[in-house]
Write a protein that binds this ligand. Structure first.
Ligand code: SAM
Length: 278
């Protein structure tokens, strides 16, 4: 398999298109699997920085509704949640009295004209080509003392779909994952972004910075996410020469028959606070 014919398309603004765009039907299943794998860890981190009733929160690149709903429950009627995404098809379901859903590009569009107690993004900046500008805008939207929590994968730390390679089934899974990563990188993803977050937070002037990592391995939702992701990008994988249709079918069958211990890359969760008095 070779990845020498990677396909890159651009949107109407000339930006490189997001490989896992939300229009595909598989996007909903991807969001559910991501929620099952990562919401508990995400909410532990958000609770850890003090998320509570009355807070004003900005959820950047919200994707699906689960984190936004959890934020809405925690901040209660006296709080506010702004949920933004370049495609709000899935998060729209979370809109309500305390939750506003808005179509917004975190790098290209003007930041919201308000300040927040908490700004959070998960699995977003890794995909955004102008991630430095996006991060600056997120930091700029914090009130003095407000918290930024960014969670991003670091696939270079652990690139394998199946770390326990026993034969051709794991080798096929790992080859497809390698090709998928090449597609993401071709579109501007930084596959070693997660590890950089603590440094980037300090360089942005944040204090009380820390980070940790969570690494799912052989959980049922790893298989759900793998199937939805491969179905999502199947045509692109074939067109780029990364795998044949037959190889993809064989891999999906291996996943469906529960023959693989599938992993996801480590998710780095980083947190930091804008100093109370600048
Ligand atoms: C991998 S999904 C993660 C969704 C969600 N944060 C989660 O963890 O379940 C990435 C999300 O970022 C959104 N996104 C990509 N580029 C963006 C940008 N420039 N501005 C805002 N959202 C963006 C996508 O539309 C998608 O919903």
């Amino acid at each position: 398999m070779s990845a020498d014919r990677l396909l890159v398309t651009t949107d109407e603004r000339g930006h490189v298109s997001y490989l896992l765009d939300n229009r595909a039907r598989a996007a909903g299943r991807r969001f559910e699997a991501i929620a099952e794998l990562f919401d508990a860890s995400t909410l532990r981190h958000l609770d850890g920085v003090g998320l509570t009733a009355g807070w004003r929160c900005w959820e950047v690149g919200a994707g699906g509704p689960s984190v936004v709903r959890a934020l809405g429950e925690r901040v209660g009627p006296g709080g506010r949640v702004l949920a933004t995404d370049i495609d709000v098809s899935w998060v729209g379901a979370a809109a309500g009295p305390t939750v506003e859903v808005r179509r917004h590009d975190v790098a290209a569009d003007a930041p919201p004209a308000e300040v927040f107690d908490l700004v959070h993004a998960r699995l977003v900046l890794v995909h955004v080509a102008d991630r430095d500008r996006a991060l600056r805008r997120m930091v700029g939207a914090l009130r003095p003392g407000g918290w930024l929590v960014v969670e991003d994968a670091d696939p270079v730390l652990q690139p394998l779909s199946c770390p326990d390679v026993r034969g051709p089934e794991e080798e096929l899974a790992n080859a497809i994952r390698t090709g998928f990563r090449a597609l993401l990188a071709e579109r501007g993803a930084d596959l070693a972004y997660g590890r950089k977050l603590p440094r980037l937070f300090r360089e942005a002037g944040l204090v009380d910075v820390g980070a940790d990592a969570y690494f799912p391995l052989a959980l049922p939702a790893c298989a759900t996410l793998e199937t939805a992701t491969i179905e999502h990008v199947r045509e692109t994988l074939v067109a780029a020469g990364i795998a044949t249709a037959e190889q993809i079918d064989r891999h999906l069958d291996n996943v469906a028959r529960d023959r693989l211990d599938l992993a996801q890359p480590p998710m780095i969760s980083a947190w930091g606070r804008r100093p109370s008095a600048d």
